[in-house]
Design a protein around this ligand. Structure first.
Ligand code: CP
Ligand code: NVA
Length: 309
């Protein structure tokens, strides 16, 4: 039961919560395609706080809220008093008096936790430096569409920087019983605490989580290969140096030759062609990657309907 709850991390969700989100997302997608009205949040308002850039997250949350019969407010930290130093705990209590839910994209994960602690309406994490749960739940829906509903036992290989996506993939794969292997340089492994927690979650579902440094080893026999930018938002100054470190971690056709022959490649976007992924691999997998982008809409509608409904 997600009603009234926050959605800060997949780790906090039960196995059933994850299934409930994926099932409702699929139903809402079918309804939207069939032109069936689904005003599950009529008269409700979502506030969307952005302290980082966004294309997909902003447009899909805003459109999703409209399709659910509610409305969304775009709140940039350039305009909010939050950006001038008003404390999060005050912002949270004020916004709770006007809104029915808050979505936030920011830097430190502690900012989202602080907001959720003080808000008495559901808070949805739309990306922090640590986690990107909405994207990974979306990716699970997309994998179901392309590989069949039973995710158990499928192998996902992540290649590149151990970042917010990697952390959330570990949590997500653990909840649905998948095999997850990340290949990252030694000094760019995903978060240690998240890794430990995901390994514990994995025990309950029969999933497995492994960290390696060799991309070929990770990709061997993989059903799904994923990657993400080598320099996340906030790391712009390190971009040039990171290009050198991550050069052996590019997802290209040669690397994929070791994967399952029906492998699909996913990318949360925005992609940097010629860095973490080659143009040909991205275009070979464009149907999957743009389904993945579309599915942000359906998955987040499910999350909003379940938490704010
Ligand atoms: N994948 C993703 O979150 O995209 P945006 O940064 O454009 O929202
Ligand atoms: N890891 C990337 C994801 C962007 C959607 C970032 O945090 O910038």
């Amino acid at each position: 039961m997600l009603k009234g709850k926050d959605m800060l991390s997949i780790h906090d969700l039960s196995v059933d919560d994850v299934q409930e989100i994926l099932t409702l997302a699929q139903e809402l997608k079918a309804m939207q395609k069939a032109g069936v009205e689904h005003h599950l949040l009529a008269g409700k308002t979502l506030g969307m706080i952005f302290e980082k850039s966004s294309t997909r997250t902003r447009v899909s949350f805003e459109t999703g809220m409209y399709q659910l019969g509610g409305q969304a407010l775009f709140l940039s930290n350039r305009d909010l008093q939050l950006g001038r130093g008003e404390p999060i705990k005050d912002t949270a209590r004020v916004l709770s008096r006007y809104l029915d839910g808050i979505m936030i994209r920011t830097f430190g994960h502690d900012r989202v936790e602080e907001l959720a602690r003080w808000a008495d309406i559901p808070v949805i994490n739309a990306l922090t430096d640590l986690l990107h749960p909405c994207q990974v739940l979306t990716d699970l829906l997309t994998i179901q569409e392309h590989k069949g509903k039973n995710l158990r036992g499928l192998k996902m290989a992540y290649v590149g920087d151990g970042n917010n996506m990697t952390n959330s993939y570990m949590y997500g794969c653990a909840k649905v019983g998948m095999t997850f292997v990340a290949a990252t340089p030694e000094d760019y492994r995903p978060d240690e605490t998240v890794t430990k927690q995901a390994m514990e979650d994995a025990r309950a579902t029969g999933a497995s989580i492994a960290l390696v440094t060799d991309p070929k080893e990770a990709v061997r026999g993989a059903d799904i290969v994923v990657t993400d930018t080598w320099a996340s938002m906030g790391q712009e100054k390190e971009h040039e140096a990171r290009k050198k470190v991550f050069a052996p971690y590019q997802v290209n056709r040669e690397l994929l030759s070791g994967a399952d022959r029906r492998v699909i490649v996913m990318h949360c976007l925005p992609a940097y062609r010629g860095e973490e992924i080659t143009d040909d691999v991205l275009e070979d997998n464009a149907d999957v990657i743009f389904d993945e982008a579309e599915n942000r809409l359906h998955t987040q509608k499910a999350i909003m309907a379940l938490t704010m409904g």
